[in-house]
Design a protein around this ligand. Sequence first.
Ligand code: SF4
Length: 337
Amino acid sequence: MTAPPLLQLRDLSVDFSTDMGIVHAVDRVSFDIGTDEIVALVGESGSGKSVIAQAIMGLLGVGGAGRNARTSGQLRFRGRDGAAIDLLTLDAEERRRLRGRDIGMVFQEPMTALNPVLTVGEQIAELLRVHAGLTRAQAAAEAVARLAEVGIAAPAERAKSYPHQMSGGMRQRVLIAIAMACQPLLLIADEPTTALDVTVQAQILELMRTLKRRTRMSVLFITHDFGIVAELADRVVVLYAGRMVEEGSATDIFASPRHPYTEGLLGAVPRLDLASDTIGAVAILPGTAPDPLAFPAGCRFHPRCTHARPGLCDGKAPAMTALAGARRFACHVRASA
Ligand code: SF4
């Protein structure tokens, strides 16, 4: 019997009220994250992928633009006791307890996520004291072990460093150590390698793969880069302008994308299997992502879609079409092909 999903998103919607009007940042998004599974959430900037991460982490109500967020739907999370809870119904204290203990998060820019006035050792130790109940001495020793686990050389020395004394790649390793400190069931990684150079990026991806194999945690990996998806993901969810447009196993999506937007994103990944004069050729998606205050009617991708049919695609939003192998896509034209 297959294990029930760790997290089920059901009709998750997030609206922001702004001075300019209502932004429907996420529109009825539904997918599962299984145990021991890496799900890649893929889309351009403004597709709603980071908003989904913030909704899961319970960060939408915390300051800034989040104060005006309205969230609906369900986020059913299966805790360590096997019981499912809807994350959207938790109060602030319950969410805070869950964050760091059961759900960890790694951000794109570690400098803003780390506390600049505490050493990295103190930051890891603090989490271990709060969530795992360790004494001060135990937490300090454990923090050094956690730094070693994420591949930081001379961890006892490094534990005494402040974030600004470390390189970008090392800071990202520290952030991963913090996110993993309490061995979470789910790790959310929001573009964790975007700010890093290619070599360090590869090292961080390898580290995440190793940690995932060791701990069997689930990962929601947020990215705009299908190259990273190919390296890491078991399953892929593609978002466009706040809506899901395709879902399937990474193998199926790479072999035969069904949605024109997924095809466009895949076309933007350099292909090493092409003839030498076209290696690195990159197909560019035409146009730009739409203004969230004025999403197009019908299929939101229609102004950029080379397959769009006037009178069809600009009228009604396409429903999801289900295929074998838990694949789904939302496209009028491909559904009838
Ligand atoms: Fe393109 Fe129409 Fe399909 Fe949207 S529904 S992706 S506009 S063909």
